[in-house]
Each structure stands twice: as structure tokens, then as C-alpha cells.
Design a binder for this molecule. Structure first.
Ligand SMILES: *Cc1c(COP(=O)(O)O)cnc(C)c1O
Length: 352
């Protein structure tokens, strides 16, 4: 018998469909940047790039190493969203024709010393208060150094997934007020996935879309989860009313029950905090987590499942059952779950 292994399947066809859907939402003239930081949100960066290169206009990553790896396989625009913090990194970035984000005076000093003004994206703070120039500081730099240069003005929204959050309009206003004071040649970019879905009129020149292409955006059923996480049943037992399951006896049987154990735990990247009652699928039927997630295994209530046996798959999420069902119920986010699945889980990347 072959050993029973937890698997992560990645389906690039779903990623392509999600991209095509998202592209249908944006203003026709805006370009589509696929954000593929953190190993393409856990979807294997080089494989994804090979499979979407014909339908995107560029890529965004955070680490220089990722950008260099990416340059070897794509000729499209590559935005290094972290920017550079040293002369050495600046030289590498130019060598690999990367676009650079400039967040602050420290980074701008490197640019100025090199007198190199091509392919720069200036990030401004419109309310996230994390990265980017304050508006007035940027205007000083603009007036002294940039008024005759081409560049992209960018910012990032803090609550784009919440259409009703007042912060969105405040951020749009501050972004547009600033851009009115700059040359009309300046390109603009503010939209992530949530903005494309909720405020597509703010697509501007570039959209920067990450979670949506992998199907982890909440509140839109058109985009499907591109990953399937599944683990085989390795044990089935019955327990009596009043018996407890797993560490600290968190789950108490209210009647006689049937319990399946699957070989996937927090050492595989499953969050330890998953609650009893979290819905999973076995043979297309709903089943519920019952007992704390252990390091190597998770226990599941299969009392109502008509027919299942050792070796059958328990699906945590898949294109048919969104990752958001699991994360929302547990107050987690899909971004975090996608990137936390560990290397001991067998990864299979489907052929397109
Ligand atoms: C991660 C990131 C994005 C993509 O955001 P999603 O919500 O995943 O679409 C866009 N812009 C920047 C600067 C980012 O860091």
C-alpha cells in the first residue's frame, strides 16, 4: 500500500480564470499587475508565472531574490515592492531591469546619488500609516527633483474589502488631490483586489492584484480557490456519549459518535486555533472538526457520513469549497492560510 499523505493541489486553470474575471472588471486602459509575493501566495512562483505570463502585464514581489528569480523566466515588468535599502541592492535591481518602489527619504537618497530615474514608483501615505511619503514631503521632492520625470504614483488602501469603510473615500481623495498637483504624465496605481471589486473606477494605470487571482477574496463567488488541501483518513473509531476527543478534552460527545482522524496537524501548517464545528468535506458530505488540532493529526466528526473508510480524502478547501468558508468561521484570513502550508505537505501542481 502506498503511504497516506496530505496533499496540496494547485490548479493554474483556476488562477487564469480568476485573472480573466478580474481583468473584465477594470477600466480597459489599465494594466494588470499580478502580485505574486511570498511564492505566489504559496502557489509556486515559477510555475504560476509560466502559466499566466501571456495574460498579465507585469508582476509585483517583495524580496529582491524573488524578483531576480522571476526575471530569469519573464520579460514583463517586475515591481520590487520593498524597494532597495543599499547601493548593492540598487545595482542588482538595475542589472535585472526591475521597477522600484520608493517609500521614504532613505530610499530616495540612493536614487538621487545614482541619478537614475527610470521605472520608479513613489509610494505615498494616504492613511495606512505603514509605508510611503507624507504628502507634503513628497511634494517637496517632486518640486525639486521629479517635475520633469516620468514615474508612477502609488498608494495602498487599508480597507478595500469593506465597501462602506469611510477610509476608502478619504484615501482616494488624498490620492487624487495630490495627483492633481503633479504633471499629467504621472502614472497612477492604488487598486488591489478589493479595490478592483468594490471601486473599479479607481483602476487608474495599473492595478496590483494578489489574493483575488488565487481565489481568496471574500464576498465574490465568481473567483474560485485555486488550491485544494486534502488529507486522508487514517483512523476511524466510535465513542460513547460523554467521552472527550483530543487535547484538553475540548470536544465532548453529546451522543454516541463516529470520529475520523486525518494526518494533518499544525506541523503541516493547519492553524492550531481551528474551532470545533469548522466545516470540511468527506466524499462530498459536510463534516465538522471535533477536538483541538494536534501537531500531526486532526479529529473529525463523521457520525452522519453514510460511507467512508481509511484512505478517503478529507477536504479542507478546494475550488468547490472556498478557503474563505474555513478562514471566516475561524476569524482567520485566506492570505495567511495559503502561505502557511508547510513543505512536508506533498505539493502537486496540475498541468495546464
Ligand atoms: C500585497 C499587495 C497588493 C495585493 O493585495 P491583494 O489584497 O492581495 O490584492 C497590492 N499592493 C501592494 C503594495 C501589496 O503589498
Amino acid at each position: 500500500m502506498t503511504s497516506l499523505k496530505t496533499e496540496l493541489l494547485i490548479d493554474p486553470l483556476i488562477v487564469r480564470k480568476n485573472i480573466i474575471y478580474l481583468k473584465s472588471k477594470i477600466v480597459k486602459s489599465s494594466k494588470f499587475m499580478a502580485i505574486i509575493k511570498s511564492d505566489a501566495y504559496g502557489h509556486i512562483l515559477p510555475n504560476i508565472v509560466k502559466d499566466i505570463d501571456d495574460i498579465v502585464d507585469g508582476y509585483g514581489v517583495v524580496r529582491l531574490e524573488e524578483a531576480i528569480e522571476l526575471r530569469k523566466i519573464s520579460k514583463k515588468k517586475i515591481l520590487l515592492m520593498q524597494g532597495v535599502y543599499s547601493q548593492d541592492d540598487f545595482i542588482e535591481s538595475v542589472k535585472y531591469s526591475l521597477d522600484l518602489v520608493v517609500h521614504n527619504q532613505h530610499q530616495f537618497n540612493i536614487i538621487r546619488e545614482n541619478n537614475f530615474y527610470e521605472n520608479l514608483w513613489f509610494k505615498i501615505n494616504t492613511g495606512m500609516n505603514r509605508l510611503g511619503f507624507e504628502i507634503n514631503d513628497f511634494l517637496d521632492i517632486y518640486n525639486n527633483h521629479l517635475s520633469d520625470k516620468n514615474f508612477t504614483l502609488m498608494s495602498h488602501l487599508s480597507a478595500s474589502n469593506d465597501k462602506n469603510s469611510p477610509s476608502n473615500n478619504e484615501q482616494f481623495k488624498s490620492f487624487e488631490d495630490l495627483s492633481k498637483r503633479l504633471s499629467s504624465n504621472v502614472s497612477k496605481s492604488i487598486a488591489n483586489t478589493g479595490c478592483v471589486i468594490n471601486f473599479p473606477e479607481y483602476s487608474f494605470d495599473w492595478v496590483r492584484v494578489g489574493i483575488g487571482i488565487f481565489g481568496g477574496y471574500i464576498g465574490n463567488e465568481e473567483m474560485q480557490t485555486a488550491m485544494t488541501l486534502r488529507s486522508p483518513i487514517v483512523n476511524i473509531r466510535t465513542i460513547k456519549k460523554g467521552e472527550r476527543v483530543g487535547y484538553d478534552g475540548r470536544a465532548v460527545a453529546e451522543s454516541d459518535m463516529k470520529i475520523a482522524t486525518v494526518y494533518m496537524g499544525y506541523a503541516d501548517g493547519l492553524p492550531h486555533s481551528l474551532k470545533d464545528g469548522t466545516k470540511l468535506k468527506i466524499n462530498n458530505e459536510d463534516v465538522l472538526i471535533f477536538g483541538k488540532v494536534s501537531m500531526d493529526v486532526t479529529t473529525i466528526d463523521i457520525t452522519n457520513v453514510k460511507d467512508c473508510k481509511i484512505g478517503d480524502w478529507c477536504e479542507f478547501f478546494s475550488p468547490e469549497s472556498s478557503i474563505n468558508n474555513l478562514t471566516s468561521f475561524n476569524k482567520l484570513i485566506s492570505y495567511d492560510l495559503m502561505i502557511r502550508i508547510k513543505s512536508r505537505v506533498k505539493r502537486t501542481y496540475k498541468a495546464l
